[in-house]
Ligand binder design. Structure first.
Ligand code: ADP
Ligand code: MG
Ligand code: ZN
Length: 477
């Protein structure tokens, strides 16, 4: 029997607000344990939560960017469970009335476009963190993360391969980062993913029993965990067994998933509306205001770059990886008028140098204005492509504009044919053997003679002109 995987993802994204969702404590990562806490996030009795308006607005942005419907009234519920990192004994989340529902994003896998449905997006608070002491049988609780705002984005079970799931995850990640509502850091846990996967015989309408996978902290691991789990479930089914509804943990070093616990059902949590928080009412006007703040999103930007600048989709993908990089590229185009040239320089030398120096595009020592000016100087034959590499290296080191470097180092291209003719005469005189061989049919030696001329001018000769003059002189011999 042939099986088909069915995959749905639950994504938790930590929102980049300055303060927590129901109190004024800071959300800063890495502070001393329990220093960012107050009676509200410590879960003391008798205190009342107060909603952070920015959390609602950030969530509205994500809802609009993923084509969701925003519910005019939404409210919080208590999700009850016991765990030492949850001082209140319940998590404030949204259940029956989430902020947003029924959206979608489009992803592309191997050239095929696919629409993945989004069931809902809701707001909730994060829990604290347990720190286990390896030398003694004790554990510590750090509540800095308690009450930090999260959104949960639940997908429809629309994905059929691990690759599709990874593409969807990447799409949501880039949207969150473009909106500047989440830093997207998977290692620090500000962007986390639980993956639900089941198999069903091809042709069967009902879904099979699913396992929920946790503990994958990179895109690659989400894909690997799903691939492993799909083959594990296939083996279970083929050997006549049944897949259990359970939560499984991904083990990165072993490359397998291990059963962690049976999966609880929603009714186990005894959800009920939180009496301490009023419902959130969202007007059309408010939605309109937030809609105005949504920037151009990565997919739209990619398509526009291909259309407007006539660059390959691959280039557009690289150049729109972040908003800052896309802005840098567009500014360079504006300052040079050369979209393809700008794309080559940004993707090649700029990204290469940034990587080498472990820098971010926003701190590039070469500014778009100067890179644009340099590209213009190549285009109008002031400098050759080879010299430009040297000029760029200097710009990177000094932050100086290209004109200044070219002047100081005397790097202007020799486009004066008089000067080149005499250099070429010297080259021909110095290489009689090669000239002879060329004349007797070894045309490859033409390149050698061009190279010798470039060398004689320290790379400053205009290559087009060198070619022309050399051809003329050789045929006259
Ligand atoms: P929870 O895991 O908290 O109970 P849900 O019931 O909302 O949450 O489902 C979580 C995710 O599991 C959703 O993304 C949904 O698409 C996916 N899902 C539900 N049923 C299946 C299934 N049989 N196989 C694979 N994924 C599923
Ligand atoms: Mg779940
Ligand atoms: Zn607090």
């Amino acid at each position: 029997m042939e099986y088909e995987p069915v995959i749905g993802l639950e994504i938790h994204a930590q929102l980049l607000t300055d303060s927590k969702i129901f109190c004024g404590c800071s959300t800063k990562f890495g502070a001393a344990p329990n220093s960012n806490t107050c009676p509200v996030c410590l879960g003391m009795p008798g205190v009342l939560p107060v909603m952070n308006k920015s959390v609602v607005e950030f969530t509205m942005k994500m809802a609009l960017a993923t084509n969701c419907r925003i519910n005019p009234v939404n409210r919080f519920a208590r999700k009850n469970y016991f765990y030492p990192d949850l001082p209140k004994g319940y998590q404030i989340s949204q259940y029956a009335y989430p902020l947003a529902e029924a959206g979608y994003v489009d992803v592309e896998v191997n050239g095929d476009k696919k629409r993945i449905g989004i069931t809902r997006i809701h707001m909730e608070e994060d829990a604290g963190k347990l720190v286990h002491d390896e030398r003694s049988p004790s554990s510590y609780v750090d509540l800095n993360r308690a009450c930090v705002p999260l959104i949960e984005i639940v997908s429809e079970p629309d994905m059929r391969t691990a690759e599709e799931a990874a593409a969807y995850l990447r799409r949501l990640h880039e949207i969150l980062v473009y909106l500047e509502i989440c830093d997207g850091n998977m290692e620090e846990g500000s962007f986390r993913c639980d993956a639900n996967v089941s198999l069903r015989p091809i042709g069967q309408a009902e879904f099979g029993t699913r396992a929920e996978l946790k503990n994958m902290n990179s895109f690659r691991n989400v894909q690997r965990a799903l691939e492993y789990e799909i083959s594990r479930q296939q083996y279970v089914l083929e050997s006549g067994g049944a897949v259990l509804q359970e939560t499984r943990l991904w083990d990165d070093s072993e490359g397998v998933t291990h059963s962690m616990r049976g999966k609880e059902e929603a009714h186990d949590y005894r959800y009920f509306p939180d009496p301490d928080l009023v419902p959130i009412v969202i007007s059309e006007e408010w939605i309109g205001e937030i809609a105005k703040t949504i920037p151009e999103l990565p997919l739209e930007k990619r398509e526009r770059f291909v259309r407007e600048y006539d660059i390959p989709p691959y280039d557009a993908g690289v150049l729109t990886a972040t908003r800052a990089l896309a802005d840098y590229y567009e500014e360079t185009v504006k300052c040079s008028g050369m979209p393809k040239g700008a794309s080559n320089w940004v993707m090649g030398d700029v990204l290469g140098h940034l990587k080498e120096d472990k820098l971010d595009i926003t701190s590039s020592p070469v500014k778009p204005k100067d890179l644009g000016a340099m590209i213009t100087l190549i285009e109008d034959d002031t400098i050759s492509g080879t010299i430009a590499k040297e000029v760029f290296g200097e710009m990177w080191k000094t932050g100086n504009p290209p004109g200044k470097i070219i002047e100081e180092k005397g790097l202007t291209q020799i486009s004066d044919s008089g000067a080149l003719e005499s250099t070429i005469d010297d080259v021909l005189k110095a290489n009689p053997d090669q000239v002879g061989q060329y004349k007797s049919g070894k045309e490859k030696l033409f390149g050698y003679l061009v190279g010798q001329t470039m060398k004689a001018t320290q790379g400053k000769a205009n290559p087009k002109l060198v070619n022309e003059i050399l051809k003329k002189k050789l045929s006259a011999l």
